[in-house]
Design a protein. Structure first.
Length: 169
């Protein structure tokens, strides 16, 4: 479980380590990975939404190339310090890109009714495989149950705090 203390330590370290012009950054962590999404200034482009989208894509691409060495140096330091892979992304206006990220395998055992759900998604062309269908379902739950998941995480943090106050084993 990722505690609030660990999230604060990691976020604080990146706030102190990242150059000021790369701030604000959003730092998200799990058991395997730290994802740092940098917010860079939006583009000033007149014209269609398509032109603006392409300008944002160009700005993101240029930023990625211009900052690669420095990002890799910072990532290497963080990986040694926190024992997690560091992944990077950028937000430019409404455009959000992840450049690198971990796709961690997850094993599960499903009974036939659950497998039939996955097979229906595959057969309908919603997903390419059962694994893709599981990922699709997880994204859907994350989108529609965000408040509930946030409340659940907060409750888990409270349990961790109570455990920490208890007797040592």
């Amino acid at each position: 479980m990722i505690t609030n203390e660990l999230q604060e330590r990691v976020s604080g370290w990146f706030a102190g380590r990242l150059p000021a012009e790369w701030q604000p950054a959003t730092v998200t962590i799990d058991r395997e990975e730290i994802t740092v999404v940098l917010t860079i200034p939006d583009v000033e482009v007149e014209g269609t939404d398509a032109a603006r989208a392409e300008a944002r894509a160009g700005r993101a691409s240029a930023f990625r190339e211009e900052t690669r060495e420095r990002r890799m140096e910072i990532a290497q330091e963080a990986q040694h310090r926190f024992e997690r892979t560091v992944s990077w992304g950028v937000a430019v206006g409404e455009r959000h890109e992840l450049w690198t990220h971990v796709a961690a395998p997850v094993m599960t055992r499903l009974r036939q009714p659950q497998r039939l759900v996955l097979d229906t998604l595959v057969d309908a062309g919603v997903a390419r495989s059962r694994a893709d269908a599981v990922a699709w379902c997880v994204r859907l739950v994350g989108q529609h149950e965000g408040d509930w998941l946030a409340e659940l995480r907060q409750a888990m943090d409270s349990v961790a705090e109570v455990r920490a106050k208890g007797p040592a084993a």
